[in-house]
Design a protein around this ligand. Structure first.
Ligand code: TYC
Length: 104
């Protein structure tokens, strides 16, 4: 055995710069129709999106007058659940209410 000096092999520290991804946000949008009663839309906005009476009325009127309105902006999984809940409620109550989500 030689007496040569054992030099520890140099190690390279590799820094993986994985930036934390900001969660992508989605708008939940209610669409107008000619049949769903205004009071029902207000009730639904209060129940599903926790809106005050006046905020719910404003969103409902926006949808009624412009054809569509944003109910809220959420991370993907929450937005999906909101859309699902709106459609389920509307179907249960036999209203043709439509709700979609789209990237912010
Ligand atoms: N346009 C409906 C009416 O006149 C009211 C309404 C508002 C319907 C918002 C759907 O998402 C909606 N009764």
């Amino acid at each position: 055995m030689s007496d040569e000096l054992k030099i520890p092999s140099s190690q390279v520290l590799v820094k993986h710069k994985k930036k934390l991804q900001k969660p992508k946000l989605f708008k939940v949008i209610l669409l107008n129709d000619d049949y769903t009663p205004m009071e029902y839309v207000v009730k639904l906005l209060r129940a599903v999106f926790n809106k005050s009476e006046s905020d719910a009325v404003n969103v409902m009127l926006m949808v009624h007058n412009k054809g569509a309105g944003v109910c809220g902006i959420f991370p993907k999984d929450i937005a999906e659940t909101k859309v699902f809940t709106v459609l389920k409620m509307a179907k249960h109550d036999q209203h043709p209410l439509k709700c979609i989500m789209e990237p912010e």
